[in-house]
Design a protein around this ligand. Structure first.
Ligand SMILES: [Zn+2]
Length: 680
């Protein structure tokens, strides 16, 4: 299942793209190298001058459009938040909430003056736990909507378990409650069980850090307590499924009735747990990792109450450490920032405050962002492009010779129910129930996590809104939501070099059009075959379709096997096959859609380039990227996406590319018509 690899759920990995700064609209002539023959090296023909003048920043492994656009979006969000902070808006308005949240984070003096007082009521509550029944209730109270298996793909929660509310695997018309394993503060089980020197060192540093945090929060015997907490986490880690297992949705579809938990996962008092979580009326759940639930539940029974109480106390201290006095915040950064991630310096406080506002009031910021930076004309134009691209796919599916008629019908049904969200959501989040105070950052975050939890649990059992977004407009990314048969393209990625409202159609179809086409093709390819037109988990391909598909795609795998970025390292055509297929499909469908949009008229020239030339140049320029050798080697070995150079050169499979650039036999990228791969 592909949604869990970044190429499917997260369309733009950080390593590709190109510099966005440009004055002209459409193809950036100044980025090209006209001395290179397009038929020999299309990537350098499109991007040679850019490659020659672009330096990779010292703290980055590569440079490309993704990072440049992220800087641009951050800059805009900073300005919006700063404006809101100065506006003195009326209480209760989104603008005021943004201002108050921002100021509460910036109020370092107030945070120091309060000390650990904000923690105390929570620590007292934990200290008062007398037995395992009360423990189960307290553990239930920690459940939050903080995991996400398929959309934004996050399997980590430090709480005992995590909740994800999403369309049901077995009833995709209604929201279901997915429960996931949790309980680890470190990112993954590997950090507890791994035997490398690096992992061993991380564990030693981690235990010292837990002790330090407990001590700063006023606990006695902090070292002995820390040892027990880490031992308990280690025991939990051994019950956990691995990341690779988590990604297999076919192991995850385990519906349990609420009343079955006690028998299926004995140990934890489940009735109390669900009461604590406010889910005592929820009839059924989908348990992602049943063995981990049985294992973790058994540990609640077998391990001492005191260890669990310290586990709970440490959870609160750690979760809020960043907004407690400097001593705690610094200790937290020293471990999670420096030791774990290798960051040497903390970002300035104002910048972290902006991030915080973006996280907790994302739609409030996003609404202002969309208004200022994404005009309705852009949205309308892109929606028209999407309709044309879908129509191009419809025609291509009809023309396929290898696909069974029943499979074709389902592919077209899936296409007709597909929701492609452009720019921003149609229903903005209502924050009126989220109380924010200008002098209470701890409370603001505490209430924020509860606000999200109550919002998400409020969806349970209700009909699915397939138009619901899972990304804010200011996010530089795009997402495929397989259970909703939907995808979101936020405003912040609909910027040059991907989309330019002032550029001709030829440019936009070659750039963002090919990206949209790539994603649309995933909804009915081998990955999309796992979900039907209603988002249900059901393989709707026939075995014969699968066999034909594999035979016709082998040729593309072989083509990519021949690419060698280094004398000792070639691409793996099989590893990158799904993404390469989607690239060919995306360009082909967007090219058809572009010509349909022209409606037989001649395309306007830009800088002397014909419409078809602009289309392919725009595609090539979205792919400009410059990785360091280490980053490139890592990508070749582990990434399901081919490096940008070879993704650009895939235009050699498209017939129209040849006459557009007079590509002739004998040139390096030339393929005879029989060698060109056509899949969709
Ligand atoms: Zn893809």
């Amino acid at each position: 299942m592909g949604a869990v690899v970044w190429g499917f759920a997260m369309i733009w990995p950080a390593a590709r793209g190109q510099q966005a700064a440009q004055e002209s609209h459409g193809v950036v002539v100044g980025n090209m190298d006209p001395a290179v023959k397009p038929g020999d090296d299309f990537f350098r023909y499109c991007n040679g001058a850019w490659l020659a003048r672009t330096e990779i920043p010292a703290d980055r492994g590569s440079v490309g459009a993704f990072l440049t656009l992220r800087d641009k979006s951050d800059q805009r969000v900073n300005e919006l938040v700063e404006d809101a902070a100065k506006a003195n808006a009326a209480p209760g308005t989104n603008k005021r909430k943004i201002a108050d949240l921002f100021h509460s984070y910036m109020d370092e003096a107030g945070i120091e003056a309060k000390g650990i007082a904000p923690l105390e009521p929570h620590l007292k509550e934990i200290a008062a736990i007398q037995d395992k029944k009360a423990l189960a209730f307290a553990l239930g109270k920690t459940l939050r909507a903080d995991v996400d298996a398929l959309n934004n793909t996050n399997f980590h929660t430090a709480n005992l378990f995590g909740l994800w509310v999403a369309p049901g695997f077995n009833d995709s018309e209604h929201y279901a409650a997915y429960l996931m394993q949790g309980g680890l503060q470190l990112p993954d089980r590997e950090y507890y069980t791994g035997q490398s020197e690096r992992m061993k060192n991380v564990r030693t540093a981690y235990q010292a850090h837990v002790a330090a945090m407990l001590k700063l929060a006023g606990f006695s015997d902090s070292e002995a307590r820390a040892a027990k907490i880490v031992a308990l986490e280690h025991a939990i880690a051994e019950k956990h499924r691995t990341l690779a297992d988590n990604e297999n949705i076919h192991n995850a579809n385990n519906p349990w009735k609420r009343t079955e938990f006690a028998a299926k996962a004995p140990g934890l008092d489940w009735a109390e747990y669900f009461r604590g979580a406010g889910l005592e009326k929820q009839e059924s759940f989908i348990v992602w990792q049943p063995d981990a639930f049985a294992g973790e539940s058994a540990l609640v029974a077998s391990e001492p109450l005191e260890a669990w109480k310290d586990f709970l106390a440490y959870r609160v201290i750690e979760a809020y450490g960043g907004v407690l006095p400097k001593a705690l915040a610094d200790e937290r950064f020293a471990f999670f920032g420096k030791t774990l991630q290798g960051t040497t310096e903390q970002r300035p406080r104002w910048s972290r405050a902006v991030t915080m506002v973006n996280v907790w009031l994302g739609d409030a910021v996003g609404q202002m962002y969309a208004k200022q930076y994404f005009p309705p004309e852009s949205k309308a134009r892109l929606e028209k492009m999407v309709a044309n691209i879908e129509e191009a796919f419809r025609k291509r599916i009809d023309a396929l010779t290898w696909m069974d008629p029943a499979t074709k019908a389902e592919a077209k049904a899936k296409l007709s129910t597909l929701y492609v969200g452009i720019g921003y959501t149609e229903h903005w989040q209502d924050y009126s129930a989220y109380e924010i105070k200008a002098d209470d950052i701890f409370g603001n975050l505490w209430r924020g996590s509860l606000f999200v939890y109550h919002r998400e649990t409020g969806f349970l059992g209700k009909p699915v809104d397939r138009h619901e977004w899972s990304m804010t407009p200011q996010t530089v990314n795009a997402v495929n939501l397989p259970l909703q048969n939907a995808m979101n393209f936020p405003a912040a990625i609909l910027e040059p070099p991907f989309f330019d409202a002032k550029a001709p159609d030829a440019f936009n179809y070659g750039a963002i059009g090919a990206v949209i086409g790539h994603e649309v093709s995933h909804t009915f390819d081998e990955e999309g075959a796992a979900f039907d037109s209603k988002g249900r988990v059901r393989n709707w391909w026939t075995p014969a379709d699968m066999a034909h598909f594999e035979a016709s795609t082998n040729k593309l795998a072989e083509q990519y096997d021949t690419y060698k970025p280094f004398p000792d390292l070639a691409l793996n055509g099989k590893q990158t096959l799904n993404e390469n297929i989607a690239d060919v499909a995306g360009i082909a469908a967007s090219y058809d859609a572009y010509h349909a949009a022209l409606g037989g008229k001649a395309a306007p020239e830009q800088a002397g380039f014909t419409g078809d030339q602009q289309f392919f140049l725009a595609y090539g320029q979205t792919r400009a990227g410059k990785p360091r050798e280490g980053a490139l080697r890592l990508q070749v070995m582990t990434d399901p996406h081919a490096p940008s150079e070879y993704r650009t050169d895939t235009v050699r499979n498209i017939d129209a590319w040849y006459p557009a650039f007079q590509v002739k036999e004998g040139e390096k990228l030339y393929l005879s018509p029989a060698e060109r791969v056509r899949i969709w």
